[in-house]
Design a protein around this ligand. Structure first.
Ligand code: NAP
Length: 414
């Protein structure tokens, strides 16, 4: 295969490969990108400029990303009559790491959400959401800087598995009949039904990734967030399997909070009930580092934490599996601002920073973080932050990206 979606594969790059779970990154990796719909176009242009400048700054001529456009969303629909062409999936499958802007969700189409489809088809079982404060961003908290967490949200199971039946449908009736007649339940006949599967496999592979991340990045603790006091065999089991994993695979480097006899250098694994966790991140944010949690809790908690640091519109995300990683903006396409060069590109830029860290190009990631931190500290921001910050200078999307690059260079020079 030398092209996907009729777009020839660039000849000046090499594919990333994966052997025994290890990603091998050449110096000129081909990385597929999905530009995104609506404001995705403005954001991607700005983000790519920052990425290329950071790689050049970090490695000179030695390394370079060879970007390769693949298509999804409205752009794919207009070009090929499909929202998510098979070629796009195949290209991401082959090149292993990709980045995407926001996509329009088709209304009334066969695909419920393109993002959910991508996650399920490529088995991207971790949704990773780092949440930290960038000084100067308006936040509702007195000390937003105290929250610095990485959330590992399970991405394939739970009530998001899409197993549900509409109230009144023959399927819902059949399930209700079965449960009431065979399993001793008393479900109302006029109920809709949803199923919440949580497996040993899904839970352990997620928690394993969270623990490994914490160990590799010298974090102090991993918290399993669950609602096991009520849902014992799904959420409660998630917690139990987490502690089981600690004993089976990490006994020399991790210890459960209840068994820790004081600081002995091992990573602490603890658990919190979900409702209490929402209080904990508000009241004692600095006691939490890495969080591992089933899908629904993770969805709520990621946005709540992002709001706490004022960064809901800037939050980055990565969807990761054993052989693939797709990094993405967490906001939507904001279509009313499309092609006006005004929106904040930080979400995709920070997702790119996560991508480079995942690739082991940590110098690039550090430069991007420095550039964004300094630009916001200087109060040179896009309209969304400008309207909330006193004395700020309003920049266009492209000007904001240029300021990030300028500050990256200044940081290195200093
Ligand atoms: P949205 O695109 O996130 O926009 C909602 C509001 O958030 C915007 O009007 C704007 O607020 C603010 N906003 C979003 N992105 C911004 C940015 N980069 N910079 C500054 N402000 C930003 O949500 P939506 O209008 O509900 O959804 C639009 C489309 O996106 C839908 O088709 C939806 O399905 C899709 N979507 C895609 C993804 C994804 O691909 N990951 C995620 C969510 C939604 P103000 O108007 O106050 O300035």
């Amino acid at each position: 295969m030398d092209k996907y979606n009729n777009n020839p594969i660039p000849s000046d790059g090499l594919p990333i490969t994966v052997t025994d779970g290890k990603f091998n990154i050449p110096d000129n990796p081909i990385i597929p990108f999905i530009e995104g719909d609506g404001t995705g176009r403005d954001i991607w242009r700005a983000a790519r400029m920052v990425f290329d400048a950071a790689v050049a700054r970090a490695y000179g001529d030695r390394r370079r990303v060879v970007w390769y456009e693949v298509f999804a969303g409205e752009k794919a629909y207009n070009l090929f009559g499909e929202w998510l062409p098979t070629d796009t999936l195949e290209a991401i499958r082959r090149f292993h790491i990709a980045i995407k802007g926001p996509l329009t969700t088709p209304v009334g189409g066969g695909i419920r959400s393109l993002n959910v489809a991508l996650r399920q088809l490529l088995t991207l079982y971790v949704c990773m959401r780092p949440v930290r404060y960038y000084p100067g961003v308006p936040s509702p908290m007195k000390h937003p800087e105290k929250l610095d967490v990485i959330i590992f949200r399970e991405n394939t199971e739970d009530v998001y598995a899409g197993i549900e039946w509409k109230q009144g449908s023959p399927e819902a009736r059949k399930v209700i009949d079965f449960l009431n007649s065979q399993m001793g339940t008393k479900i109302r006949e006029d109920s809709g039904i949803g199923v919440k599967p949580i497996s040993v496999t899904g839970s352990k592979r997620l928690i394993r990734r969270a623990i490994r991340y914490a160990l590799e990045n010298n974090r102090r603790n991993v918290t399993l967030v669950h609602k096991g006091n009520i849902m014992k065999f799904t959420e409660g089991a998630f917690r139990d399997w987490g502690y089981e994993l600690v004993k089976e695979e990490f006994a020399d480097r991790c210890v459960a909070e209840a068994e820790a006899a004081g600081a002995d250098g091992r990573l602490i694994v603890k658990d919190r009930i979900a409702d209490s966790m929402f209080q904990q991140v508000l009241l004692r944010p600095d006691e939490y580092d890495v969080i591992a949690t089933p899908n629904l809790n993770g969805d709520y908690l990621s946005d709540a934490c992002a709001a706490q640091v004022g960064g809901l519109g800037m939050a980055p995300g990565g969807n990761i599996g054993d052989e693939h990683g797709v990094f993405e903006a967490t906001h939507g396409t904001a279509p009313k601002y499309a092609d006006q060069d005004v929106v904040n590109p930080s979400s995709v830029i920070l997702s790119g920073s996560m991508m480079f860290e995942f690739m082991g190009w940590k110098e690039v990631s550090r430069l991007i973080e420095q550039g964004i931190t300094e630009t916001i500290r200087q109060k040179r921001v896009t309209y969304d932050l400008h309207r909330l910050m006193e004395g700020a200078v309003k920049l266009k999307t492209s000007e904001f990206a240029a300021a990030i690059v300028e500050n990256m260079h200044a940081a290195v020079a200093a």
